[in-house]
Design a protein around this ligand. Sequence first.
Ligand SMILES: C[S@@+](CC[C@H](N)C(=O)[O-])C[C@H]1O[C@@H](n2cnc3c(N)ncnc32)[C@H](O)[C@@H]1O
Length: 222
Amino acid sequence: MKHDFWHERWEKQEIGFHLNDTNPALTSHWHTIPVDLGERVLVPLCGKSVDILWLLREGYQVVGVELSEIALDVLAESIEETFSLAVDKQQVGNLILYRAAGILLICGDWFSLTSFDTGPIDAVYDRAALVAMPEEMRADYASQLLKVSENAPQLLVTFEYDQNEMSGPPFAVDQAQVESFYADTMNIDVMADKDCLVDEPKFRERGLSALREKVLRLTPKG
Ligand SMILES: C[S@@+](CC[C@H](N)C(=O)[O-])C[C@H]1O[C@@H](n2cnc3c(N)ncnc32)[C@H](O)[C@@H]1O
C-alpha cells in the first residue's frame, strides 16, 4: 500500500477503521501481556486510536508510529485535553516527533524506523496494523516489528475471511501466516476467536459472508 493511499484516506477522512470507543480486545486481553505499568508500549500504525488514551490512562508509556500528520495532530490534541498536558511537536530529521512525559508519537514511515528512533520497547499492541498491510509487505512489516521491539510481547488482532470476497484493507491474515512471521521467536496463544460479521455490517455490505476476529498473544520464546 503506497503512502499516497493512506494520506488520501486521512485527507478525505475515509477512516472507517477508526473506532470511537476503546477496542474491547484491548480492555479484555491486555492484562495477559507480561508488561509492567510504567513500561513502554509500541503501537505501530496507530492512526488516532483512542486505545492509546486507554493505555496512558492505565499507566503505561506509549510510543505510537503513524504516517499521517493529520492523524497525529488529532491524537496529540486528545492527549492534551484528556491529560491536561502540553505535547511538544518538532521536526527532527525526516520525522515529526510529538513528545510529552511518557508519550512519543512518531510521524514517519514505519519501514525506515530504527530502535534508536523508538527507544526501548517492552510490549506491542497491534490493532489494524499487520492487517492493513497487503500480502507483499506483510513479512517486512513483521520483521521490522521484531527488530524494533526486540521480540517484546504483543497483543495482535487479526481478521480471517475469504480474501476472494473482499479486497483489503483490512486484509485477511490467518493464524498460519501469523505463525510464519512470528513463531520462530514467539509463542502464540489464541485469546479470542469470534464470528464478528454481525458486529461489522460494513463488511457484509462489502461482500463478506463470514468474518472472524482473532486476538492473539505473542510472548518471546525461552
Ligand atoms: C487501518 S489504519 C489503523 C489505525 C489504528 N491502528 C487504528 O486501530 O485505528 C492503518 C494506519 O497505518 C498508517 N500507515 C500505513 N502505512 C504506514 C507506514 N508505512 N508507516 C507508518 N504508518 C503507516 C495509515 O496512515 C493508517 O492510519
